[in-house]
Write a new protein. Structure first.
Length: 94
C-alpha cells in the first residue's frame, strides 16, 4: 500500500480512504474508491504476514468464492477480488 502525502492510501486499483473495522487480527475492512469505476466500495484485505503462504489465505479465498455465489437481498455481492503485494482482498458495495 502506498500512502500519498495528502490523502488516501493507494492499494492496486483502489484508494483506501479510511479503516472502518476488522475481523479478528488478520482482516482489515476499509472504505475506498475503485479508481477506474469511480465507485465507493468496502474492501476486506487479508493483512497477515506471508499473505498467500498463510493457511488463512486458502480460507479467505474460499470465503470469497462462497460469497460470490450467494444471491440474496441481505448479502452484499462481491464486486471484485484479487491480490496486491501478496495481500488478497475482495470488494463489495457500501
Amino acid at each position: 500500500m502506498e500512502k500519498s502525502k495528502k490523502g488516501p492510501i493507494r492499494f492496486g486499483k483502489y484508494e483506501l480512504t479510511n479503516l472502518i473495522g476488522s475481523e479478528g487480527d488478520f482482516i482489515k475492512i476499509f472504505r475506498g474508491k475503485q479508481i477506474g469505476m469511480g465507485r465507493e466500495v468496502e474492501l476486506r484485505i487479508l493483512t497477515l504476514p506471508g499473505g498467500h503462504k498463510s493457511p488463512f489465505f486458502q480460507r479467505f479465498m474460499q470465503e470469497i468464492k462462497m460469497l460470490a455465489t450467494i444471491d440474496h437481498p441481505a448479502v452484499t455481492p462481491v464486486l471484485d477480488q484479487g491480490t496486491v503485494d501478496y495481500k488478497p482482498y475482495y470488494s463489495t458495495s457500501l
